[in-house]
Design a protein around this ligand. Structure first.
Ligand code: UGA
Ligand code: MN
Length: 306
């Protein structure tokens, strides 16, 4: 009887070992749970994991630079938190946060320190004369981000594969969007949801080329696309050092066209998101908060950052 049990045990043992090994391989494939998944590409935690070859392709992945203009208001920290939660899950993403302010705020400084992803924190105030309804927003901030990017790469040897993307702080970004934009060769485009007075706007594609725009608003725009609807390769940004957002003569909704026509043509655009048939980013806009019951003077016993 005893030897029967023992032989059964011996028979089962290899299978149990195989199951254990398979489970182990599976869990080491799972996304890193660490707060700092990319910290310089080394992956910090997970000490037992062998230096797996799967890290190699990541080393050649083009860096995605996301330029986010942001300004102080009651929902700012909530917006930035939502963005960081998305960006933290994207490999090789460098976040360029540009505050619309005369100095770096304490709130954003603290936030950046704990964001858990590579960040560059810049600031530039919008001149008061441009802070009016109907005028384009965030012109100076996006330009500051562009200037930082160009300066940084002046000193680095060429080919530095990278992709630039303008990521406003109130939009909603799917992770798939970053996979799509990562392969941008010059300028890539895709649909944007909840914009232009319609459920979505999109570039119309025929035979792999953009031939027009599906939009409900100012279809006469040369590039009828929202800021969230395109990405530009770093190479294009560096080879067009004068391409910036302009205040002079710029009309609402024309910033994207004014910028894009400095660096590309409609014929040259690379359609992403299954020939521009998938919405992977939404131009969500956060409702203004109701602070009607907020006391005029500080009443609470503690001071809380919101
Ligand atoms: C639309 C476009 O999606 C924006 O890309 C474009 O900049 C904007 O219109 C425009 O009219 O210029 P919309 O939702 O109306 O977007 O604009 P916001 O989301 O309010 O602002 C765009 C970005 O600029 C946000 O990241 C916001 O935080 C920032 N911003 C806004 C500032 O830095 N300063 C401001 O005074 C206002
Ligand atoms: Mn917005």
């Amino acid at each position: 009887m005893k030897s029967l049990l023992f032989s059964r045990f011996l028979l089962l043992l290899p299978w149990v070992l195989i199951v254990i090994i398979v489970l182990d391989i599976d869990s080491s494939r799972a996304p890193l749970p660490a707060l700092y998944p990319r910290g310089g590409g080394e992956g910090g935690s997970g000490g037992e994991r062998p230096p797996a070859p799967r890290r190699r392709p990541e080393a050649v992945l083009p860096t995605i630079y996301a330029i986010t203009p942001t300004y102080s208001r009651p929902v700012q920290k909530a917006e930035l938190t939502r963005l960081a939660n998305t960006f933290r899950q994207v490999s090789r993403l460098h976040w360029i946060l540009v505050e619309d302010a005369a100095a770096r705020s304490e709130l954003v400084t603290r936030f950046v320190a704990g964001a858990g992803l590579p960040c560059t924190h810049l600031h530039v105030p919008t001149p008061r004369r441009y802070k009016r309804p109907g005028l384009p927003r965030a012109t100076e901030q996006r330009n500051a981000g562009l200037a930082w990017l160009r300066q940084r790469h002046q000193h680095l040897p060429p080919p530095q594969p990278g992709v630039l993307f303008f990521a406003d702080d109130d939009n909603t970004y799917s992770l798939e969007l970053f996979q799509e934009m990562r392969t941008t060769r010059k300028v890539s485009v895709w649909p944007v949801g909840l914009v232009g007075g319609r459920r979505y706007e999109r570039p119309v594609v025929e035979n792999g080329k953009v031939v027009g725009w599906y939009t409900g608003w100012r279809a006469d725009r040369p590039f009828a696309i929202d800021m969230a609807g395109f990405a530009v390769s770093l190479q294009v940004i560096l080879s067009h050092p004068k391409a910036v957002f302009k205040r002079r003569g710029s009309q609402p909704g024309m910033q994207e066209s004014d910028f894009l026509k400095q660096i590309t043509t409609v014929e040259e655009l690379e359609p992403k998101a299954n020939n521009c048939t998938k919405v992977l980013v939404w131009h969500t806009r956060t409702e203004k908060v109701n602070l009607a019951n907020e006391p005029k003077y500080h009443l609470d016993t503690v001071n809380i950052e919101v």
